[in-house]
Structure formats: C-alpha cells, structure tokens
Ligand binder design. Structure first.
Ligand code: ADP
Ligand code: MG
Length: 339
C-alpha cells in the first residue's frame, strides 16, 4: 500500500483551529480584548456593528507591533508571551497559545493598523482567509486597531448558525462585562451601530460594578476579603435580600481571568444556606488570586475552565470567608421557609 498521510496546509490547519477558538462574534471580542490587555493598554475601545456580524473592531493604546511582528502575529503558534513549556506554569498574560489571530484571519476579513511608541510610522495590513492582501506603511497613533469583517465568510454553515443581531450582541456584552470587570483600572468603551452602550472610566472595583450594572448595585454589595497562603480573596457578594429567581450576576475571576467553576459556585451558594430561599440565586463578584503554578489554564482553547491543585481547600476557605463577611453585615435569617 502507498503512503497516504500528508501534512495539512497551514490555511486548512488554521481553519480547523478556528472552529475551536471562534464559535461566534463574542469569541472574537474576547480574544481581541485580551490581546489589548496583554499589550498594556490603558484605554480600549470596542466597536461592533450588527451584533458583530458586520464589524468587530478593537482599538487600543498598548505597545503596538513592528511591521515584522504585525505580519508574524497571524502565523499559527506565533506568540510573544511564552518561550518554553515551563512558562505554561507561570502565566501572567491572558494569551499564550498564539492561535487567536491566525484562527480569526482564517475565517474572516481582517485589517490591522499598529505602531509601537518609539517608531515614526506604523504598519497597515489586510488579510482575508489567511491570505495577506497587502501590507504597507501607515500613519497611525501608538497602539493597535484590529477590524474583523465578514466573520465565517468561508464557512457558510457557521455563518447560518449565528443567532439574531440582538442575541449575538448580548453575548458580546457578556464577554465585554467579564473583561471590564476583571480590569477596573483600564478604561473601556463599547459602541454598537454607532451608539455608545458603555463608557467605563478607569476606576476601582466597586465603581466599575456600578458603572456596568447601574447605581442600584451599590447598596447591594457586601465586601469580601481574606488572605491565606493558598489564596487571596477579594470582591463582593450581594446581600441575601437581593437574591434573585434567575441566575444573574455571578462572576468568578482567578488571577484576573473570568472562569466558570460549578464547584466553587457551590461553595458560595452553601455560604448563603439558611439566608436565602432555595429557589433563589445570590449575586457575587469574587476575585481569587492564587499562585500561577497551582493552576492549569490550558484545558480548553477558550480558557474559561481551569484546574486547581487543591480545590477542596479553596472550597473551604471561600465558603467560610463568605459566611464571615455576611455575618459581619449582621444578616439575620429573616425569611420564612414554607415547606
Ligand atoms: P497570543 O495572545 O496567545 O500570544 P494571538 O494570536 O492572540 O496569540 O496574538 C499573537 C501575538 O500578536 C501576541 O503574542 C502579541 O505579540 C501580538 N499582538 C496581538 N494583539 C496585539 C495588540 N493588540 N497589541 C500588541 N500586540 C498584539
Ligand atoms: Mg491572544
């Protein structure tokens, strides 16, 4: 029998990777916002049109890229964030896989302007379906602007699978909230179809929560704070009387990264036991700081699930910290529990 195995061409490999990284416009938003944060930006603008189907643009004032880096940033496994496997166990950046831009460029039309502070001129590059259309010198401010158009232009099945503009915008806003809540010291703007939806100035955490969720949020917040050898916890839980029928505002951040953890969620809910009705859900915004070497973020391309070395200890500390914080606010179980 003849040999039949061959290496896939790069653009095919990129398209396959894109299937995992980019589910919908909100996935592109997440990747671009995270890149802007990793670039040390202090102001990040997100501009979308038609729920991201027509345009997703992120403009930052971060470190920018040289013309060579600008070209290289769209190659697969091209990253400035890690250099060896050990670095995986000591991550301080959002990105490290070097896959996002290559993936997005494989399935969309993409245009980038970028310039590092110390250079006179920047670079303008246009890529469609992994093909460089042109790269030229451009006069542009310090930082990077990336515009993604016609997402899934070459994967009709994916494009047809997208929901209405409103639903896609909802997903984008959720992603925007997660990133903005993780980084109160960075200013963010969000525009949809030309109108400003959010204008979040640089602030502290409480103020950021109010700017995102409105003034009604402020009186609900009970501060949570604890420092141990395993974890530092800060943030807020909402007072029990504000528990809601629908699971709404529940956020975990680990080392400034939004994550989902049913196990830690359970720890929080159990701290509210006896204080809220069992069919209601407490609000929380909890920031855990752990040693980067005690977690594994590299489980899934979107990085919203992570593995902790010692989940059980974390659970116990979180539960008792929240119980303590609620106790300090002299919350009494005032609810009648009908059977
Ligand atoms: P990763 O973030 O995992 O490194 P990406 O594909 O998202 O991979 O980006 C590739 C590289 O492009 C990054 O490592 C970074 O050097 C550069 N880059 C991407 N976005 C920006 C940006 N907004 N500002 C400066 N550099 C960027
Ligand atoms: Mg990235």
């Amino acid at each position: 029998m003849a040999d039949i195995i061959r290496l896939l061409p790069d653009h095919v490999a990129n398209q396959i990777a894109a299937g995992e990284v980019v589910q919908r416009p909100a996935s592109v938003v997440k990747e671009l916002l995270e890149n802007a944060i990793d670039a040390g930006s202090s102001l990040i603008k997100l501009i979308v049109k038609d729920g991201g189907k027509t345009l997703i643009q992120v403009v930052d004032d971060g470190i920018g890229m040289t013309d060579t880096d600008a070209r290289l940033s769209f190659e697969r496994h091209a990253t400035s964030k890690i250099t060896n496997a050990e670095d995986l166990f000591n991550l301080s950046t959002k990105g490290f896989r070097g896959e996002a831009l290559a993936s997005i460029a494989a399935i969309a039309h993409l245009e980038m302007h970028t310039k590092p502070e110390n250079l006179e001129v920047g670079t303008h590059i246009k890529i469609e379906g992994s093909e460089v259309v042109f790269q030229e010198v451009s006069v542009t401010p310090k930082g990077t602007s990336i515009a993604v158009k016609n997402l899934f232009f070459n994967i009709p099945a994916r494009r047809n699978f997208l929901k209405s503009d409103q639903v896609e915008l909802r997903h984008i806003i959720d992603e925007f909230h997660r990133v903005a809540l993780a980084h109160p010291s960075i200013a963010f703007n969000l525009y949809n179809n030309g109108s400003e939806l959010f204008n979040l100035p640089k602030s502290n955490l409480r103020q950021r929560l109010v700017n995102v969720f409105g003034n009604k949020t402020n009186p609900k917040l009970v501060p949570v704070e604890e420092g141990t050898q395993v974890v530092n916890i800060k943030g807020f839980v909402c007072k029990p009387e504000f528990a809601k029928k629908s699971r709404g505002e529940q956020f975990f951040f680990v080392n400034n990264r939004f994550i989902k953890s049913p196990y830690l969620h359970h720890a929080v809910v159990s701290a509210f036991e006896g204080l809220i009705k069992t069919d209601t859900h407490p609000g929380y915004f909890l920031y855990l700081e752990v040693n980067p070497s005690s977690i594994d973020i590299n489980i899934h391309p979107t990085k919203t699930e992570i593995k902790f070395d010692d989940e059980h200890t974390l659970y116990a500390i979180l539960r008792s910290t929240i119980k303590h914080s609620l106790g300090q606010f002299s919350v009494v179980p005032a609810l009648d529990f009908e059977k």
